[in-house]
Write a protein that binds this ligand. Structure first.
Ligand code: SAM
Ligand code: SF4
Ligand code: SF4
Length: 303
């Protein structure tokens, strides 16, 4: 939660088009959260706008599901991988167990009649360790005043995710307290045998193997993501570090595939080496790096 988010504004201080104003920023934030997933399921996708955004931004394969297909028209743009299905989210028979890497639901869970059943189904189709992200209006928010609907509290959402079998549940209020942002992960499906038993050792070993396999897949996802960013950027841009924001944590240096970042208290970018892949921009926890057009950049090392 940013300091701005923590400062919960009075509803009367917010403009009526508050949610429209934060739309772009929210889509970016969701894309960032789910960027390492290859296949994403969007539950209650409406007109598939978020699905299209994710497909375009992250080059992901996105499966949108909505009980109504009224907004599906033109859901496939050239070069995008979006498929929208008309289906009740609590019965996704066309998706196999563990077949998606992440699930997102934006502004939709509060509309679903059996939210726990929907979340259970999301858990079924999510691979072990995969993330679910629920973004919805919280009780007592501006949305309630605008549309007079029933929304959940953070605690209620957490309880539902728990009842649906999710682990590592984290809920927070974002955007001046007007949105609930809840993440959780699908646990490895396995009952635990008694500690010390041969089955326990066996099970720990197979669990470790699965974890390694999962990590390998995640690394593969990161590599593919880097490759996609590289291809997209094709050297048209380069990274620029805001030295006043940079804390010198070194994450960008660690992740830069070109070895283009140097650390001397703060990070600096070797413009000759930088391909503009954007990995440092995505990975910087301070938001201290941005991409800038090459034509405006000096040709030597710059900061
Ligand atoms: C407020 S809209 C949000 C749509 C979209 N996520 C967005 O952000 O624009 C909620 C959507 O949930 C869908 N919905 C409600 N119950 C559903 C269910 N059981 N299964 C799938 N979709 C459902 C509705 O048809 C509607 O399109
Ligand atoms: S990741 Fe961000 S804060 Fe850390 S060294 Fe790089 S630019 Fe600085
Ligand atoms: S954009 Fe960042 S990560 Fe990519 S090559 Fe340039 S400095 Fe390295």
């Amino acid at each position: 939660m940013t300091p701005a988010d923590r400062k919960r504004l009075k509803i009367s201080e917010l403009p009526e088009d508050f949610y429209a104003r934060i739309k772009d920023r929210l889509q970016e934030r969701i894309a960032r959260e789910l960027r390492f997933a290859g296949r994403v399921l969007d539950v209650g996708c409406g007109s598939c706008e978020l699905a299209r955004f994710l497909a375009k931004k992250n080059r992901q394969h996105v499966i949108g599901v909505d009980i109504s297909d009224g907004g599906f028209a033109n859901n496939r743009l050239r070069g995008e991988t979006v498929e929208c299905h008309k289906a009740d989210a609590k019965e996704l028979d066309f998706l196999q167990e563990g077949s998606v890497h992440a699930v997102v639901s934006l502004y939709a869970l509060h509309e679903m009649h059996k939210p726990v059943a929907v979340l259970k189904e999301a858990n079924r189709v999510l691979r072990g360790g995969g993330e679910v992200l629920v973004v919805d209006f919280p009780r007592g928010s501006l949305a309630e005043r605008l549309w007079n609907e029933h929304y959940y509290t953070a605690q209620e959402l957490e309880d539902m995710l728990k009842a649906a079998g999710f682990a590592a549940i984290r809920a927070s209020l974002i955007e001046s307290g007007q949105l609930l942002w809840v993440t959780a992960s699908s646990p490895e499906a396995e009952a635990r045998p008694p500690a010390g038993s041969p089955q326990s050792k066996q099970s720990r070993l197979s669990k470790l193997k699965r974890k390694v396999a999962g990590l390998e897949e995640q690394i593969k996802g990161v590599r593919e993501h880097i490759q996609r960013l590289r291809t997209a950027a094709q050297g048209k841009q380069r990274a620029v570090v805001d030295r006043f924001r940079c804390t010198g944590c070194g994450i960008c240096q660690e992740l830069c595939p070109e070895g283009a970042i140097r650390l001397t208290y703060v990070a600096s970018v070797d413009a000759e080496r930088c391909t503009g892949c954007g990995v440092c921009v995505q990975s910087c926890p301070q938001g201290a790096v941005r991409l800038s057009g090459r034509e405006r950049a000096p040709s030597k090392s710059v900061r």
